[in-house]
Every structure is written in C-alpha cells, then in structure tokens.
Write a protein that binds this ligand. Structure first.
Ligand code: GDP
Ligand code: GDP
Length: 442
C-alpha cells in the first residue's frame, strides 16, 4: 500500500454526500488505482492525483453515532481512519444545517488534534443560501462550500487539500510513471451492467453472452463481486461485467445494501462504460437516479437501457420518455435504448452504441491539433498573471487524458475553460476527459 503518501479522510453523518464527494474526486481529474482483488474493505481508499501530486483519500461510509453493534463497529473504523489521517474533510449538509450528529462528530474531531476542513456540501448554486455562521458554530473554522453532485468548486477544494497536506517523498507524479503497461497491449474494453435488483440485468447479460450464466451467481458462498465474460462483436471483443450476482446476498440491513452499492460502483470504476439498466415498467425510481448520479460523478460514460419496454402501452411509453428527460438530466447526452431483454427485441441496437462510445473513449488526438486548440483558447482568453500552457499533448486514452505543460500554476477556473475548449474543439460529446498539469521551466 501507498501508506507513505498523505492521507485525507472524508467523514460526516450519513447522507451529507461523502461518497458523492469521494467519487467526484476520483472521477473528474484523477488516476484510479485498483484495489487489490478479493479484498472486501470496509473503508474505501483510493489514490487521487491532482496538479501532479498524489495522495490517498478514504471514504468512511456511514457514521452512525450511538447506534447498534454494527454502528459501533463502523464508528471504530472511522476513528481508526481519522487516527491515520493528515487531513479530515468533515462534510456537512448546507441544505439541512447543523444536526446533533454533526455536533457530536465536531466535538470528537476537536479533541482529535487533527487538521480539519469543514466542507459544506449541496451548495448547488450561488443562489442557494448558505449559512456560514451556523457551521462556524462547529468550532472547526470556516466551512468550504461545494456541490459534490454538480462538481461545483470540487477542483478548488482539491487545491485547498494540497495546501493543507504535508509533502511526502514520492508524491510527485512523473510523466514516465504515468503510462500504465497495459496501454501497450490492445485492451478489451469493459462494460459493467448495473442497475437495481430485478430490472433484468442477468437476462440482458445472458442474451448478450448467448447462454445462461445465472447458475454461477447462485453458487452459495460466492464472494465474487462480479463476473466477467468476453463477447465477440463484429467490431471486436467486449468484456461484460455482470454485477447481478450481488443481489442474491440476503439483505440483512441497510449496510448490506450500502456495500452492494459500493461494489456496483467499484465495477463501474473498473470498467470503461457503465450500462445502466432500468425497469421501464416502474419508471425512473429514486434508486435509479441515485445510481445514475454516482456513475456520472465517477466520470464514466454511460449508456441507459430502458428494459421490459414490451410491457408498456403507448401512454406509458410517453410517460417514461418524459420522465427520462426530467429525472436523468445529469447523464446528459448519454444514449438511451429501449428494449426487451426477455424477448430480445431491440437488444441488437446495443452493441453498435457501445462500440461507438468505446471508440470515443479510446480516441487519440494528434499532438499538433491539441496545441492548435490550446493556442487558440489562450489567444481568445489568456490566463491571469502571465501563466500559460507551453505545450500540450494527449498523454493517454481511456478516457482521453490531456497533459498541459505550464510555466506556472493555472487557476482551476482557467483549467476548466481549457477543458471546455478541448471538449468542444474535438467534439468529445458526453465522453469524460481528464486534464493533467505539469510545471516546466521555460
Ligand atoms: P453519504 O451517505 O454521506 O456518503 O452521502 P451520499 O454521497 O450517498 O449522498 C446522499 C444524497 O445526497 C444522495 O442522494 C446524493 O445524490 C445527494 N447529494 C450529494 N451531494 C450533493 C450535492 O452537492 N447537491 C445535492 N443537491 N445533492 C447532493
Ligand atoms: P436482475 O436482478 O437485474 O439481474 O434481473 P433478472 O435478469 O433476474 O430479471 C428479473 C425478472 O425480470 C425476471 O423474472 C426476468 O424474466 C424479468 N425480465 C427481464 N427482462 C425482461 C423484459 O425485457 N421484459 C419482461 N417482461 N420481463 C423481463
């Protein structure tokens, strides 16, 4: 493990948006290091890279003060995580204000002697009233307003984190180290099939794979999070990752559901594209929304499947069409396919759409063109105080990742401006892209 690196721990009571923030950190601008396979970890730890430095971030899941035995166990894990931390991000919900649980956590953090940054989440717009004074009452300094869900200020908060954590040997990311070996080998793209229980994931999976794999899922005591199967398509092979097996575990309590959710998200993190299956007969439920939000926050491209479409009558179909726009707006331009996994109708549209998304994801833009787009953007709007990009290139694909060599640090607002220029200049559409920055002397 990379324990020599600085560690940032995210804490807070349930539902304040810790996991959303965690995913945001991972999704938008970072390199993801896979967890060792087969290890079921209660705390969720990942390597994050920002502005050429790397550190560990730990999502502590739910903090449940004063609860049952399970709660006590979770709390002990949180305590252990905080003990090892260099910085604690204490997330509170700006839409709710300070609750007793927040006060209890604050009290404990004040005695921990740790550096704490209060993150006031769900400040989705400038307009949203944000009561700074209320959070000052936690006695942990100025709260930092963000919207983890919409990415508002999530880059700025990473800047703030870098200022507050100690420098550690080896935390600089070198260009040479950055190229994972597997990019040399043609990689088979991975598609994870995710969705609520009973929406038809296994049925779809079996149809795509061409035979019934469900027996495997029913194996008692199976500890596998997902099952990989390679499917040959006219445009090349695709690995499908089926997470349906998880639903066979008994639902003993909320935390089981929480962890299956976490596992589904891990499958998403480790795949190139998420295939979100929705049961059209139930419309878009809040669980579907939640999953879609998380996938969006993780930065994966997504293809939406409205399954069991054959059961709906014309009116119901219209209704779902309207709901999609209203309730899944954050997946933006993601393709939405209507089908019946059971009868097979419409399933044939899926592979070409996936191949298309995969192509975008793998796309490589010539260095010459990247520099042309960056030069034009800088001409139209130069960065403040003489900062500028000296040279740029696409360092990696999957997703398209651009490295900007700069003479000095660029403000995050300007980085977002450049990201937009790249996105629009090369018509990346709904494909996520990453930007990395390296400082170079002129
Ligand atoms: P956790 O229990 O602290 O990990 O919280 P989650 O990350 O699961 O988030 C709880 C709920 O708050 C989810 O429905 C999120 O979509 C929502 N949420 C998280 N961040 C934001 C935000 O910035 N704005 C809004 N409006 N909702 C958010
Ligand atoms: P999973 O939990 O998401 O893997 O869902 P399953 O694939 O096990 O499907 C749950 C139930 O929905 C099963 O009874 C399937 O036969 C049924 N089902 C799946 N797809 C369709 C479909 O397109 N139409 C209809 N009518 N039923 C479906």
């Amino acid at each position: 493990m990379t324990s020599a690196l600085a560690t940032v721990v995210i804490v807070g009571r349930p539902n304040v948006g810790k996991s959303t923030l965690f995913n945001r950190f991972l999704g938008s601008q970072v390199a993801i290091v896979q967890d060792e396979p087969g290890v079921t970890r209660d705390r969720f730890e990942r390597l994050v890279e920002w502005q050429g430095r790397q550190f560990n971030v730990v999502d502590t899941g739910g903090w449940m003060p004063g609860g049952s035995e399970l709660d006590a166990k979770v709390s002990r894990q949180v305590e252990a995580a905080v003990r090892d931390a260099d910085l604690v991000l204490f997330v509170v919900d700006a839409t709710v204000g300070v609750l007793d649980d927040d006060q209890a956590i604050a009290k404990w953090l004040r005695t921990s002697g740790k550096e704490v940054l209060v993150v006031s989440n769900k400040v989705d717009s400038d307009k949203r009233e944000f009561d700074k004074w209320e959070f000052l009452s936690l006695g942990l300094g100025d709260p930092y307003p963000v919207s983890a869900l919409h990415g508002r200020k999530s880059g700025d908060i990473l800047d703030e984190v870098l200022i507050r954590i100690p420098r550690r040997e080896g935390d600089e990311v070198e260009v040479a180290k950055k190229k994972p070996a597997y990019t040399e080998v043609p990689r088979i793209p991975r598609v994870s099939i995710v969705g609520r229980p009973n929406v038809g994931k296994s049925t779809l999976f079996n149809r795509l794979v061409g035979h019934d794999r469900s027996v495997v899922h029913d194996m008692p005591g199976t500890t596998r999070d997902s099952i990989d199967t390679v499917v040959t398509t006219p445009d090349g092979p695709i690995t499908f990752v089926d997470t349906a097996g998880m639903r066979r575990r008994s639902r003993v309590d909320d935390s089981t559901e929480y962890y299956s959710f976490v596992r589904a998200l891990r499958a998403v993190d480790e795949s190139d594209i998420a295939l979100l299956v929705i049961d059209a007969t139930e419309g878009i439920t809040s669980q579907d929304q939640r999953l879609a939000e998380r996938i969006d926050a993780s930065g994966s491209p997504v293809v939406v499947v409205l399954n069991k479409w054959e059961i709906l009558n014309a009116d119901q179909r219209d209704e779902v069409d309207i709901e999609i726009g209203r309730k899944l707006f954050f997946v933006g331009d993601a393709p939405v396919l209507k089908m019946s996994a059971l009868t097979g109708k419409g399933v044939q549209k899926l592979l070409p759409v996936l191949q298309d998304s995969i192509e975008q994801y793998h796309r490589r833009v010539p260095t010459r063109d990247v520099n042309r787009v960056i030069a034009r953007a800088q001409q139209q709007q130069p960065a403040p105080s003489g900062a500028r990009v000296l040279y740029a290139l696409q360092g990696a694909s999957d997703p398209p990742t651009f490295t900007l060599f700069v003479n000095k640090e660029l403000p995050s607002t300007y980085l977002r401006y450049l990201e937009r220029a790249i996105r629009e200049g090369f018509e990346f559409g709904s494909t996520p892209i990453k930007i990395r920055v390296r400082k170079r002397s002129e």
